[in-house]
Design a protein around this ligand. Structure first.
Ligand code: ZN
Length: 124
């Protein structure tokens, strides 16, 4: 173990949790940071991780992409690909390939924003 390697998670003083919810939110922040690091090698600063009031989910932005942890499921959240509003959660991201797919291929739509007609097939 390299003694010069300092975990970024321990370099900030962590406020002592005063309530169960605070403790849950801290655990959630750390779990999101751990999962994000495992998937992307990105170190998310704890103070940039937002948790909901009930300590059920945590989210942070990486390069303009919102990552959310809910329970044990890490996902990305995107707006509608057509109108740019709304928030749609991807499938759970288990492996880097899942993230690649979610970023490069996945395009969520509101029901009313889905492309009405398939593109014309000009291959024949
Ligand atoms: Zn839409």
């Amino acid at each position: 173990m390299n003694p010069h390697f300092a975990s970024p998670m321990t370099s900030h003083p962590i406020p002592y949790p005063r309530a169960v919810v605070d403790a849950a939110r801290l655990r959630l922040q750390r779990r999101l940071a751990d999962r994000l690091f495992a998937l992307t090698a990105f170190v998310a600063p704890t103070e940039a991780i937002i948790t909901d009031a009930a300590g059920q989910s945590a989210s942070t932005m990486v390069d303009g992409v919102q990552f959310r942890l809910r329970g044990d499921e890490l996902m990305i959240v995107r707006p509608c690909a057509h109108c740019g509003t709304g928030r749609f959660a991807s499938e759970p991201l288990e492996r880097p390939a899942d993230l690649d797919y979610a970023l490069a291929v996945w395009a969520p739509y509101h029901r009313e924003c889905e492309p009405q007609d398939p593109p014309d097939d000009v291959s024949w």
